[in-house]
Write a protein that binds this ligand. Structure first.
Ligand code: HEC
Length: 131
């Protein structure tokens, strides 16, 4: 009987201990944290709606969003520096654009920005090769 009481106490103690004591995060706060950056705006929030993308993204925006992962770091051997780009620029913009749109070795089609227009990809190349 003593053993059983001890076991019951142990169970109680551990379950009580496992309860989360930190309730400082409200559900709203958690939702805010989980929401993708820049994707949250509410109906009627005019300032935010005005800031939402209209028309084509700039080369810099596309670069930061889709190309930087590889071209900002040199991942997979992606051209990064001016020196990396020089021999590629020499091939001509048409070839670079077609490689960027269709993919080229480890370079994925559209740099994985599947909702990018050809013009946006072109602007991103201009941005990357001129900085
Ligand atoms: C997953 C990594 C990755 C992402 C993301 C990526 N690239 Fe690339 N990109 C590469 C690699 C690797 C190469 C080099 C391919 C080679 O020469 O074999 C390359 C090469 C290129 C080239 C040169 C092609 C040539 O003919 O020499 C252009 C232009 C280019 N990328 C544009 C872009 C643009 C624009 C974006 C964003 C919209 C982008 N890339 C996103 C990996 C990436």
């Amino acid at each position: 009987m003593k053993k059983l009481t001890a076991a019951a106490l142990l169970v109680l103690a551990t379950t009580a201990y496992a309860q989360p004591y930190d309730n400082s995060m409200t559900e709203d706060a958690i939702k805010k944290r989980l929401a993708p950056v820049g994707a949250v705006y509410f109906e009627g929030d005019k300032a935010a709606v005005a800031a939402a993308p209209t028309g084509p993204r700039s080369g810099e925006q596309v670069y930061q969003g889709a190309c930087f992962a590889c071209h900002g770091t040199g991942a997979l051997g992606a051209p990064k520096s001016v020196d990396d780009w020089a021999p590629r620029i020499a091939k001509g913009k048409d070839i670079l654009l077609s490689h960027a749109i269709n993919g080229f070795n480890a370079m994925p089609p559209k740099g994985t920005c599947m909702d990018c227009s050809d013009d946006e990809i072109s602007a991103a190349i201009d941005f990357m090769t001129s900085k």
